[in-house]
Design a protein around this ligand. Structure first.
Ligand SMILES: Cc1ncc(COP(=O)(O)O)c(C=O)c1O
Length: 358
């Protein structure tokens, strides 16, 4: 009997770091744009000590962050190895205290979320997006009995931005039910349509990063902010027994990025927006069905068999795209437009050839 061998690429780890050999990668969500030039002044050779730093993070950086969050001070922050560590720590800290064990998140989700929650011994549960946005009716039903909610707007992978009204409702529902709200704000500065709204409140934990806004993902600097100083203290206690301090030189660079003129972010946003328009129109012209991204730098078009598309595009056309099933959405693929317009053009041409020949 003939056995059909399913050709499938199982996760993004197959693609991360893959480049050269004529490959066009719409894969990894790492900005190709340079960080603010001010960041490089830290490399001028003045740094003479490489000792352990404060586990909570360098005070100067935390003070600068406190300027950005009304009512906060340096004690409300923990500087982490990217938003990734902030998320990992906070769920493990919460897990120690919580009676309820479920964590609600919108689906499609950033692919690490279910893993991070499960590694903390908690159980991910899902509210499915409706037309790419949170459906408050479903949210209200599913949130009952949950310990925490994890949201991300603008969203990876959808590129959608939640309405301010929805965010305020979520803020209210979670606050009234004593549920923690973890708001992953790593794309908060990359919105093309309007100002962002960052949820606030006693039980809100804000996670953010220097990876996306400032193009510094390899330096691994992120943070969590919580008005609850006990929670901050517990996070520090966990960090001292796991990764210790975050790289001190990278933290100096993060401080330099925060002090760079704000026009840096505006200029980056113009570039992202041009790319957004280009790839969105290009995929529409190929006949694909997709949402127009309102933030971040991803498009998430519909396809029939995402695993096959990912496999074929890579092996036959040298194009990397991510499988929607990694994000809880097997009927889509994710493309990051963190590459210049010329490469996007070439990638679209190859995808066009694939679509024609499929
Ligand atoms: C939604 C979301 N959260 C967190 C992260 C992790 O970011 P960091 O580089 O700060 O760890 C990413 C990275 O792609 C992301 O898309």
């Amino acid at each position: 009997m003939l056995r059909v061998i399913m050709k499938k690429i199982e996760s993004s780890s197959f693609f991360i770091g893959r480049q050269g050999d004529g490959i066009i990668s719409f894969g990894s969500g790492q900005p190709d744009l340079p960080p603010p030039k001010e960041v490089f002044s830290v490399l001028s050779g003045k740094q003479r000590t490489f000792k352990y730093g404060l586990i909570q993070g360098e005070e100067r950086l935390r003070n600068l962050l406190a300027n950005e969050y009304k009512g906060s001070d340096a004690h409300n922050f923990v500087i982490c190895n990217g938003a990734s560590e902030a998320l990992d720590l906070i769920f493990r800290v919460l897990s120690g205290d919580l009676k309820r064990r479920k964590v609600l998140m919108p689906r499609p989700y950033y692919y690490s979320y279910p893993f991070i929650v499960k590694f903390a011994g908690l159980t991910p549960v899902f509210t499915d997006l409706k037309d790419g946005r949170i459906d408050l009716n479903d949210f209200e039903k599913k949130v009952r009995g949950c310990a925490a909610v994890l949201i991300n707007s603008p969203s990876n992978p959808t590129g959608r931005v939640e309405n301010i009204e929805t965010l305020k409702q979520i803020e209210k529902i979670t606050q009234n039910s004593g549920i923690h709200l973890i708001s992953d704000e790593v794309y908060k500065d990359l919105i093309y349509e309007r100002e962002n709204y960052v949820p606030k409140g006693k039980r809100v934990i804000t996670v953010n990063s220097f990876s996306k806004t400032f193009g510094m993902c390899g330096l691994r600097v992120g943070y969590l902010y919580s008005p609850d100083k006990d929670l901050v203290q517990k996070t520090i206690e966990m960090k001292v027994h796991t990764s210790m301090n975050t790289n001190t030189m990278a933290q100096e660079m993060a401080a330099a990025a925060l002090l760079a003129p704000k026009s840096y972010i505006e200029k980056q946003k113009e570039i992202w927006k041009k790319r957004r328009d280009f790839i969105y129109q290009g995929l529409l012209d190929l006949g694909l069905d997709l949402w127009r991204p309102e933030g971040a730098f991803y498009v998430f078009p519909r396809v029939k068999n995402s695993s096959k598309v990912v496999y074929d595009l890579y092996y036959k056309y040298k194009v990397i795209v991510y499988d929607g099933s990694w994000f809880g959405s097997p009927d889509r693929i994710r493309l990051s437009y963190a590459l210049d317009i010329e490469k996007i053009k070439e990638g679209l041409k190859r995808i066009g050839n694939y679509v024609k020949n499929a």
